[in-house]
Design a protein around this ligand. Structure first.
Ligand code: SF4
Length: 733
């Protein structure tokens, strides 16, 4: 009999990665958790594929032993994993055996949200969807069907919807995550940063993390380089109201008052300029508007910033000089999920300007220039032209610097019917009830829909409100679109099936092809199966398909990515320079140099709620995964030890949280600790599931999203803040 991967083995593998979390109970025999009908072939097979447990897309090798999925390890050829996976990647085995997986298509039979379903065949479910789509098209036009999505698996379904005439597609990865950062950097350097961020941590001599908790957020290759940086004993500066894992490795921990990060960044700029410690040669050669920038930042002295940030002026100066001593091999990390307070693209622009003062753009040990790889396309028909603008941000009038669609803009259009009605939503692998702020607004928008289709592997909260739920196979059971990655070298990665689907789940490309046929546009998917499509693209690009299948990775040619390697710097801003003073911001009525403005403060008896990630979970996707769920079943609310004592809260005690608008959370355990400021509380987001179909995660911990009723919207690009809410404690009787 095949033995399942044990928890001990799992943690042993995970421990190879810096910051792996260990936790409580014994692992259940997961291979028995589903009635998988996989043929029990004898022996071990190894198949390279790439991980979808998060967006980092590390290459791995999946091993099947005697017909059972055995383990998933890093692919040594892959630049993202470098032969090692993070705990979630290793735990991907558990996603295959997740007992809560969706198994068959479901069609709602009762009131929306009441979770009454009938199972359906794929033919029935897709026929139902096509009929509703065509009704919406007849009455409102195809633009009135929108999509929310996350991940590479959506490509073919998105392609079919575009071929049918849909134009509104948005992912929370922009407005609820990295969007403000990319806009802030694009306004300064002419280009956003993309994913993975081009941080040369391997060669840096000083690393600054502002709210970024590497080691708890497991961006694999970055965390590996961070671990090496710790070993090299370089100065690390961590700015965080919480003593994070990263802070515990740092030379300086700056426990900043939440909401005042911009004051600190501007004060750092002030020190570098006032003391002549910036990179004058870089600024003279590439900068534009530097004198006006200097005039603006003169007011932001360290003494002024001390009162705002609660960080001593001498510490602000000392840390600025640490950065200056290391330049250009210094990184002020741009962060990733940076939508905190609603002025985030301006704060990110200030981070970009600080990096510019340090002259690290395109430098070894700084922010390198990403290399890509070209992959030939497949001949497909062009999409129909629409006479309507995108619904979220018509003609960029609402958010002039948003270069991707804004999720809440589509939600607003659904609520208001303006600029035109949105009557259908497809939601692919994105739990937008948890991802978007203010759940009440999302649920109200859903009420206005004639069709809600959810495509996922597990039943998320949004699935509970769907008209049709389509069960997709996990990434370990499917081909997807090719990954053409950007990094120190470009690379192509192949996702390919390792195991058969255990039930009636299907891959995205198959769903797309069947839906295209039902919609009367089969020509939009002009290939028999996806292998034919992928092989054609690879061979047309001059690469070897069989080798890619065998090795999982094709590396692109070496190109210069730093000045040290011969890179010539150029900037795609309107001036062709690094814009210290932005005329395009000024022209649209925004501050041409970031200005500090205070954010609202907590009412008496309330604490600012900030949120973050755990090393064993991704968003709200992994809590029912048997391996990862056993490693962390529920979240905790971190509260300062002295505050807890004053409030009579004991460590481990269950409480509920009530926010400033009276919304009360599910119960959550108190973690009383000196590792957080007294005015702040912290929790990992993604917990507190309310869909009863998610049995093992149902009502485990509290949902940060539920408490995010209040949010600020970034006027430049539509990002929505997540750290604008305050909570107090409600004791359990
Ligand atoms: S960082 Fe971890 S979860 Fe994300 S892709 Fe890599 S191994 Fe998978």
């Amino acid at each position: 009999m095949t033995r399942p991967l044990t928890r001990r083995q799992f943690l042993k593998i995970s421990a190879a990665t810096f910051g792996a979390a260990a936790a409580a109970s014994e692992l259940r025999p997961i291979a028995q958790a589903v009635a998988a009908d996989a043929p029990a072939a004898k022996g071990v097979t190894a198949t390279p594929t790439f991980c979808e447990m998060c967006f980092w897309r590390c290459g791995g090798i999946a091993y099947v032993r005697d017909g059972r999925l055995w383990k998933f390890e890093g692919n040594p050829l892959d630049p993202q994993s470098r032969g090692r996976l993070c705990p979630r990647g290793t735990g991907a085995v558990g996603s295959y055996y997740d007992p809560d997986r969706l198994r068959k298509p479901l069609i709602r039979k009762g009131e929306r949200g009441k979770e009454q379903w009938q199972t359906a065949s794929w033919d029935e479910a897709l026929g139902f969807i096509a009929e509703r789509m065509n009704k919406i098209k007849e009455q409102y036009g195809p633009e009135s069907v929108a999509m929310f999505n996350h991940g590479i698996g959506v490509r073919f379904i998105q392609h079919v919807l575009k071929s049918w005439g849909a134009i509104n597609f948005a992912g929370p990865s922009f407005a609820q995550c990295r969007g403000p950062r990319d806009v802030g950097f694009a306004l300064t350097f002419g280009t956003g940063l993309g994913s993975p961020e081009p941080t040369d941590i391997a060669n840096t001599d000083c690393l600054v993390l502002i709210g970024s908790h590497l080691g708890e957020n497991m961006h694999n290759s970055q965390v590996q380089e961070f671990a090496q940086a710790v070993e090299r004993r370089i100065p690390i500066i961590v700015v965080d109201p919480r003593f994070s894992v990263a802070a515990s490795k740092a030379k300086y921990w700056l426990p900043i008052r939440p909401g005042t990060d911009l004051a600190l960044i501007l004060a750092w700029c002030n020190v570098l300029v006032n003391e002549g410690r910036y990179d004058k040669a870089f600024v003279d050669k590439y900068g534009k508007g530097f004198d006006k920038f200097v005039q603006e930042i003169r007011q932001y002295t360290p003494q002024w910033a001390e009162a705002e940030t609660d960080i001593k002026a001498e510490t602000i100066r000392a840390t600025a000089l640490e950065m200056a001593n290391a330049r250009p091999a210094v990184i002020v990390h741009p962060g990733r999920r940076v939508n905190w307070y609603g002025d985030d693209s301006q704060r990110s622009r200030a981070v970009a300007l600080l990096n510019a003062l340090l002259g690290n753009w395109g430098r070894k040990g700084g922010l390198f220039s990403q290399a890509g790889i070209k992959v030939a396309g497949y001949p497909l028909s062009p999409y129909p032209q629409s006479g309507k603008p995108p619904a979220d941000n018509p003609n960029r009038e609402r958010y002039p610097f948003a270069d991707e669609a804004v999720t809440t803009g589509i939600r607003d259009a659904t609520l208001t019917g303006k600029p035109y009605p949105i009557k259908g939503w497809f939601v692919y692998s994105s739990n937008i009830v948890q991802a978007l702020p203010n759940q009440a607004e999302t649920l109200k928008a859903i009420d206005a829909l004639d069709l809600l289709v959810v495509i996922d592997t597990v039943p998320s909260e949004i699935a509970g409100y769907a008209d049709v739920v389509l069960p997709e196979v996990t990434f370990l059971e499917r081909y997807d679109e090719l990954l053409a990655g950007w990094g120190r070298r470009g690379w192509i990665a192949l996702r390919q099936p390792v195991m058969p689907a255990p039930h009636d789940q299907k891959p995205g490309w198959w769903i797309a092809k069947q839906l295209a046929a039902k919609l009367g546009i089969p020509e939009s998917m002009p290939f028999d199966d996806i292998e034919q499509y992928l092989r054609a693209r690879i061979e047309k690009s001059g690469y070897d398909w069989d080798k890619l299948k065998r090795e999982g990775i094709i590396m692109g040619p070496k190109q210069p990515t730093t000045v040290e390697e011969g890179l010539e710097l150029s900037f795609e801003t309107p001036s062709g320079k690094v814009e210290f003073y932005s005329e395009q911001l000024k022209a649209r009525g925004f501050d041409p140099v970031p200005k500090y403005k205070r954010h609202s403060t907590a009412p008496d008896g309330y604490f600012r709620l900030i949120t973050g990630r755990a090393p064993v979970h991704t968003f709200s996707r992994t809590q029912s995964n048997p391996l990862l769920g056993d490693a962390m079943r529920e979240n905790e609310i971190w509260v300062n030890g002295a505050t807890a004592k004053k409030l009579g809260l004991a460590n481990g005690q269950y409480v509920r949280l009530k926010n400033q608008d009276g919304v009360v959370s599910n119960r959550v355990r108190v973690k009383a600790t000196q590792r957080i400021r007294p005015d702040t509380v912290y929790m990992v987001y993604g917990f507190g599931h309310t869909n009863p179909m998610r049995k093992s995660a149902y009502l485990k911990g509290a949902s940060a999203a539920q408490l995010t009723t209040r949010y600020e919207t970034d006027p430049l690009m539509g990002g929505t803040s997540i750290h604008s809410n305050f909570v107090t404690f409600v004791k359990e009787a």
